[in-house]
Ligand binder design. Sequence first.
Ligand SMILES: NC(=O)c1ccc[n+]([C@@H]2O[C@H](COP(=O)([O-])OP(=O)(O)OC[C@H]3O[C@@H](n4cnc5c(N)ncnc54)[C@H](OP(=O)(O)O)[C@@H]3O)[C@@H](O)[C@H]2O)c1
Length: 321
Amino acid sequence: MAGEKEKVCVTGAGGFAASWVVNLLLSKDYVVHGTVRQPGDSKYAHLNKLEKASENLKLFKADLLDYDSLRAAVEGCTGVFHVASPVPAAHSVADPEEFLEPAVTGTLNVLKACVEAKVKRVVVVSSIAAIVMNPDWPKGQVKDETCWSVPEYIKTTKKWYYLSKTEAERQALEFGKRNELEVVTVCPSVILGPILQSNLNSSSLLLVGTVKGGVESLGYNYWTFVDVRDLAEAQLLAYNKSEAGERYLCTSHAIGTEEVVEKYLRPAYPNYSYPKILTHTEEEKEYLSSEKLQRLGWTFRPVEETLIDSIESYRKAGIVD
Ligand SMILES: NC(=O)c1ccc[n+]([C@@H]2O[C@H](COP(=O)([O-])OP(=O)(O)OC[C@H]3O[C@@H](n4cnc5c(N)ncnc54)[C@H](OP(=O)(O)O)[C@@H]3O)[C@@H](O)[C@H]2O)c1
């Protein structure tokens, strides 16, 4: 109908990355169906405060392992942004099914519901976890979308989150081809940036841990990251501009911990107690390219904007200071 707004669904709408997608879509006048697992929980309160949420955001109770709940949420939508997936605090846990089942079966449930509801296009948020664990890739060569993590290799490391993202993304692209559903995947590196939600997600905890103090060393030395707002823009570009079946690596910066602290954080916030040991070796650096996404028109913020806006959002939420 002429003038009718386009309806899209965002899964896991209350999460860190998804909240910014909802925010962007509302700002572009989409009507958004957001899925959440526990409607009424205060952890989703920020969603209703987003601009245009009162007219254009509708929340649906849905779990990735409950097909009927997903089917109801995608009804009437032309597009779906499938962002929901369990994200661990540390990427190694005892029970693989905790990640594999919701990620893989959950993604297939979303896609099946999309076929049944005649959704045209689905943007699936994957991860560089589905790219970087490839021992056969030539050392030092830049990794791009042609590089896939190798499941058999991941199993030897027991990094089940990495396996869950690799399997979910591969199966999503194959499902799209088999079922004539337009599937496009976006693979972000570590996501940082200001939080909209009140519960801290695991990647934001990296930065909170850096400024909150009390640790000798962070235990990781290289930051390969993308701003959550730039990631939301990347998903919208993938939705509107990509060919079907494509995969996009989405990352902006790769810098050492000492640069994060000494160049960007300490000058702005001299009173935080930063980790004492700040080192990095070139060995640990991942060389990743987002050129393909940039060719679609994607641009990204400078490092300091992401870091400072993140810290300011934690201060505002009373998480630091
Ligand atoms: N953060 C990163 O650094 C990073 C990097 C690369 C890729 N990613 C990917 O980006 C996406 C979003 O991550 P995030 O950092 O924004 O994480 P987050 O804040 O923890 O959000 C994850 C979301 O997934 C939902 N979810 C988990 N299991 C579910 C299930 N069984 N059914 C329905 N919903 C479920 C959660 O819903 P509830 O709110 O209902 O609990 C939550 O909204 C994920 O796909 C993740 O793999 C993240």
